[in-house]
Structure formats: C-alpha cells, structure tokens
Design a protein around this ligand. Structure first.
Ligand SMILES: NC(=O)NCCC(=O)O
Ligand SMILES: [Zn+2]
Ligand SMILES: [Zn+2]
Length: 478
C-alpha cells in the first residue's frame, strides 16, 4: 500500500482498536494530528486511507525512561534525539520521557533548557524528568518554577552512582517532601550506592577487574534494600513514589507490600530485564559482557517470573527501556576496570515486540494489559492521559497499526538504533509495528522511516496526576 501524503486527514480503515480497556472493530478519522472521529461510515472526503485490515490499532507506545545523548561516565550516549526517536517509531513507540541532568551542583532549569535544545530534532513527542542531584533553597525554588512554568511533573533521584549522581536520604527526604507539595512525582533509581562502592572496591582489590565484577558489585539485595528505604521515606512523607527499572524479586515484593498497605508506589520494569538473564556476563569475551553492563545488572533467571507476575497483577505498572547506548569503543574504557564501563543498554526499538512476543503470546499478558503497560499506565502516572496512551476522540493521533502475527528477527545489522550491538540479537519475535503514526503523520510504514527531524513536540505535563494524588482529584483535604 502506498504511503499517504502528509495531507492532514487520514482514515484508518478496517482495523480493530485495542485499548487498555477493550477491543472494538471501527474506523478512525485523524484530522490535524488529533483523532477526530471513531466509528463506521465516517465522512471521509479528502482523506488519505490506510488499510488496517487484520491489524490492531493501538495507542503509540510511551517509553518513560530513555537517555538520548546523555553525558555519562566520561562518554555521551550514542543515540541522539533524532536517531533514538527514529528507532522508537520503527518499533511502535511514539513518545519518550528522557532525563534532564544538571551539572554537579548546577541549575535544574539550565539542565531542562540544555535537554530542550538537544530534543529539537526529535521525530516524536517527548518530555523530561528533571534530576535532583543535590539540595539547596535554589533547587527547591527551581523545582517550583519547573512545575509551574515548564510542564515538568516528575523529578528523578539516583540512590546509586556514589561520587557522581547519588543523593543521600537527607536529600531524598527534602526533595520528595517538596515535590509532594508541588504535585510532582519523584522517580528513584533504587540501588544502595554505598554498598555498590564498597563491593566494587573489594572486588577490584581481589583482582576481579573484568565485567564479571559488575553483577557481583550489585547483588539483588542492594536493590531490595534501596527500594524498601525509598518506600519507607515516601511513607513517612505520605508521598507517591515511582521506582525505575525494577529488576529483582526483592524490589517487586517491597512494592507489592507497600501497595497492599495502601501506599501509592509505582514500579517500572525494562524489556531487557524481563527476558535476559545474568548468563550474559559468563563469558571471557569482554566486548559481549561489557555490552550488557547496565545498572541494575541482568539477574538470575529466577527473578523474571516475579517481574512478569508483577506486570500482570498490577504491582508493576509500566515498561521502559532505559535506552542508553554506548558503542564498543566507549565500553572499552573499562577494559581493565569494570567500574569504568559506561553503564547502559539499548532497547527502545524492540520493547513493544519483546512485550508482545514474550508477554501476550505466552499468555502472561492480555492484549489490553499489553496496551496498559506499554502506554496507558505511563500516560496516567505522568498525567498526560487521555491525550496520550489512548484511542479516543480528541486524543493525539499517536497510533500504531500493530501486526500481532508479523515476525521479525532482531539484529544490530537492521535496527535503527545508533549503536553497534543489540541485546536481543537473533531473537525472533512475533508482533510488530506495520505503520506508526505520530502526531497524525505516518512516520513508519512498510519497513521505511518517513520522519521529519524536529516534528516531535515537547509535551507539558500538569502536576497532581489523579492516580498519584487522589486527594487533589477529589478536592478533599490531603
Ligand atoms: N541504567 C544504566 O545502566 N544507565 C543509565 C543510567 C541509569 O538509569 O542508571
Ligand atoms: Zn538508573
Ligand atoms: Zn536510566
């Protein structure tokens, strides 16, 4: 089928609309980037037609955790906002939330400006969590400005990376408490950074300098302890909290207990952690082992069942990729010292297929749950629903014509990510994006990109997401 012109009006005909709630056979009329009508027998004069026969029409994926062109560990991650978002749309993701990270001791607003400049070449919509890496009166005041004037409703904290991004409990208490008063949600990378630093030192002293030392320096209990600690801090303050890249049974259980007690704790899991285990470090091939160095590291396989169950039973709500690419020459910085290997793995192009193949096709997730954990729940938690993560009249036309039976083999040889390996290399997956529509325009169709750098828009996110701040939603005293 030929590619429709960028005419502004598009009819998606013959598909089954799959949302997080239901499946419905209906056509969709898109006008000026917005879903204008849903139904049969729509007035479609002048519209370009996309045939969705045999396909599902789903909300475009939202990846709430990416790091495009991020300076980190002496390098800059290799996918920029153009290449990274092109890879995103090729895989059915139409929005990312990246992280603006201040210089040490620096301004949060300046970081937001720097990242806004970098993101101007994005081909799909984007937003930023802003990182809090230190505490002062000016940080508090900048958080307020970011929420009020810049559409930021989430702040990120690292409990790991001692001597760089890590914050202590005092900073966490101040920041989470302040964010609560602003109606903003705090994100946390939960690993005990002191324990990691201690174990790294001990391992190096014992002569363990290769990538095998990486998982040994970050055992599951390091994540479990930090998850419990931030949950306790949030409980003390009565604040919601969002834990990024949950990789262990330990942290999943901690979130489950907190939620059972009524705490608003949200958990994110990465596509990579769901299907790849720690056997990737069990090799003397430095390049291959270093390629898999990310934090938290890949875990013993036994953790994966808990992560999948967490997604299915609602303990974990979102899936992400922590897309953070470093090529082999960058990873080689740590050839003689695993603590110097830039941490991060790619994933943005393959998250949706991996989730469909290993989630839906195995019966772990229903198609509705797939939509919930790939877009809708993220849109609700970060307060951009129903504009995003949704197929309804008035919503943004970020849509994917999803082929539930289409098959492809994942490979760095064919992917669009600007990185020289793929952690899912050779994996044959069923379920793929035939066509991706971002902001009403076809950006991926029949295996071809049709993107326009700069067509992505910044998405301002208002504070007090109802799912995080139910008191604010009802008007009751909080
Ligand atoms: N995850 C990772 O290894 N790199 C990116 C930074 C972070 O999210 O911790
Ligand atoms: Zn992290
Ligand atoms: Zn990250």
């Amino acid at each position: 089928m030929p590619l429709p012109e960028r005419s502004g009006t598009l009819l998606i005909r013959g598909g089954t609309i799959q949302t997080a709630e239901s499946a419905l056979r209906a056509d969709i009329l898109v006008r000026d980037g917005i879903i204008a009508a849903i139904g049969d027998g729509l007035d479609t004069s002048g519209a370009d037609v996309l045939d969705a026969g045999g396909l599902l029409v789903i909300p475009g994926g939202i990846d709430p955790h990416t790091h495009m062109e991020m300076p980190f560990m002496g390098e800059v991650s290799s996918d920029d906002f153009r290449t990274g978002t092109e890879a995103a749309v090729a895989g059915g993701t139409t929005m990312i939330i990246d992280f603006a990270i201040p210089e040490p001791g620096g301004s949060l607003i300046e970081a937001w400006r720097v990242w806004s400049e970098r993101a101007k070449k994005a081909v799909c919509d984007y937003a930023f969590h802003v990182c809090v890496t230190h505490w002062s009166a000016s940080v508090a005041s900048e958080m307020e400005t970011l929420v009020r004037d810049h559409g930021v409703n989430s702040f990120k904290h690292f409990m790991a990376y001692k001597g760089a991004l890590m914050v202590d409990d005092g900073v966490l208490l101040s920041s989470v408490g302040h964010a609560l008063s602003l109606g903003a949600l705090c994100n946390v990378h939960a690993e005990n950074g002191d324990a990691v630093a201690h174990l790294q030192k001990t391992l190096l002293e014992r002569g363990i300098t290769g990538p095998k030392g990486h998982p040994l320096s970050r055992p599951p209990s390091v994540e479990g302890e930090a998850a419990q600690r931030i949950i306790a801090i949030a409980d003390v303050l009565g604040a919601p909290i969002y834990i990024v890249h949950v990789s262990t049974a330990d942290a999943t259980d901690a979130i489950g207990r907190a939620r059972a007690n009524g705490q608003r704790v949200f958990g994110e899991v990465l596509a990579q952690h769901l299907v790849i285990d720690d056997s990737v470090y069990d090799t003397d091939d430095f390049r291959s082992a270093a390629a898999h160095v990310m934090s938290p590291p890949f875990r013993p396989k036994s953790h994966q069942a808990k992560l999948w169950a967490g997604l299915a039973n609602g303990t974990l709500q979102t899936t992400a990729t922590d897309h953070c690419c470093f090529c082999a020459p960058q990873k080689a910085n740590g050839r003689d010292d695993f603590t110097k290997i830039p941490n991060g793995t790619p994933g943005i192009e393959d998250r949706m297929s991996v989730l469909w193949h290993h989630g839906v096709r195995t019966g772990r997730l229903t198609p509705a749950e797939f939509v919930a954990v790939t877009s809708t729940n993220t849109a609700k938690i970060f307060n951009i629903h129903p504009r995003k993560g949704n197929v309804s009249v008035g919503a943004d036309a970020d849509l994917v014509l999803w082929d539930p039976n289409g098959t492809r083999t994942i490979s760095a040889a064919t992917h669009h990510q600007r990185v020289d390996y793929n952690v899912f290399e050779g994996m044959e997956v069923t379920g793929l994006a035939r066509t991706t529509i971002a902001g009403g325009h076809v950006v991926w169709h029949e295996n071809q990109l049709h993107t326009v750098p700069g067509s992505g828009r910044y998405v301002a996110r208002p504070p007090f997401a109802p799912i995080c701040f139910p008191h604010a939603d009802t008007g009751a005293a909080g």
